[in-house]
Design a protein around this ligand. Structure first.
Ligand code: AHM
Ligand code: MG
Length: 334
């Protein structure tokens, strides 16, 4: 018997999280509450993103909107929304954001409780907003370690320790991608109902696709291996696709395959992207979808020992075969 697509069960993000939680009898529901705070935040941010031009919250802070009111920049607004929604959840011990110099301790862990650290980039790629391009929120969730001596030490855990990670893409539709270490699930916000609906479970990134995503304007300042990879790719019929917004670029690669890179440059010897709230969550998603995520040949992003909350790392991630081609060029040039 064939099944009509419309007979598929309707599952919301909330329902999905509760269903996953019920598979772990020891789960207290704390993580589910945190994910629900992220879901609410992203609906609020999506609404601001849609009205950004009307409210004059693009570009630098300090502008006035059409009513003559002083406005904050949208990344500040997004950061405030996340801090306020996560701040209301008892299970969040520490939050750390690209927008805040230091991690913020919200509450310590008491005996018998489990608490988490939530790290995020509230609005990544926000310069794309000025031209109505896709932007996103990226998040990483780690267990809070109350034996750590301070907030810094508590959040400085390798990406392999992440309990959950994901991003929200504010594009033509609002998409919520989530992994809790059991594959990658994709949800789309239904604007009529205000709920994220499950559209794909256990998403797998294609093993190969002749497409690379890199800021080629920096090509001459890339290490030789990256330049040789680009020569090879161009000789072999590859396409170039680069939005300049990591969430949009990685989303394309998760769905269609290819490789995304932010190599070291002369100006930025460690690349531009931040380990803790950009590279690590994307690496967990890509690996959970069957791809690879490296910082150098043989070095997984998820194994990089963090030294600083805002540290940067070179990034090579995407389809397994495409990452292998980059590694082959880097190894040959070494
Ligand atoms: P941001 O966190 O300041 O928005 O910067 C991160 C963004 C990523 O989304 C994107 O991949 C990268 O910067 C693009 O940088 P470039 O313009 O150097 O190519
Ligand atoms: Mg960013």
């Amino acid at each position: 018997m064939t099944t009509h697509p419309d007979s598929r069960p309707i599952i919301t993000l909330q329902g999905h999280i509760l269903r996953q939680q019920s598979q772990f009898p020891e789960a207290s529901g704390t993580l589910s509450w945190i994910l629900s705070a992220l879901s609410i935040s992203s609906k609020m941010i999506a609404s601001h993103v849609r009205r950004a031009r009307l409210q004059n919250v693009l570009g630098a802070a300090g502008a006035e909107n059409v009513q003559g009111e002083q406005q904050q920049k949208l990344d500040v607004i997004a950061n405030d929304i996340l801090l306020r929604t996560l701040g209301g959840r008892d299970g969040v011990a520490i939050v750390a954001s690209e927008e805040n110099e230091e991690p913020v301790i919200l509450r310590e862990e008491a005996d018998g409780e489990r608490r988490y650290c939530v790290l995020f980039d509230p609005l990544d790629g926000s310069s794309n907003l000025d031209v109505c391009g896709g932007v996103g929120t990226i998040f990483s969730i780690l267990r809070y370690d109350r034996r750590a001596r301070d907030a810094h030490a508590s959040v400085l855990q390798a990406g392999a320790q992440q309990v959950a990670a994901g991003y929200v893409l504010y594009g033509p539709s609002t998409v919520f991608m989530l992994t809790v270490g059991q594959g990658v699930d994709m949800f789309v916000l239904d604007p009529d109902f205000g709920a994220f609906m499950l559209v794909e479970r256990g998403l797998r990134t294609p093993a190969a696709n002749k497409s690379y995503s890199v800021n080629e304007g920096n090509r001459r300042s890339f290490p030789a291996g990256f330049q040789q990879y680009l020569d090879w790719a161009q000789d072999n019929g590859y396409s170039s696709r680069y939005v300049g917004s990591m969430v949009a670029d990685v989303h394309r690669i998760l769905l269609k395959g290819g490789v995304f890179m932010y190599p070291p440059t002369k100006k930025a010897p460690q690349g531009k992207l931040r380990l803790m709230y950009e590279a690590n969550p994307m690496a967990m998603l890509i690996e959970q979808a069957g791809g690879k995520a490296l910082t150098a040949p043989g070095q997984r992003i998820l194994d990089v020992p963090p030294q600083d909350i805002h540290q940067r790392v070179p990034v090579i991630l995407g389809s397994a075969d495409e990452v292998d081609h980059v590694v082959a060029a880097l190894t040959a040039a070494a």
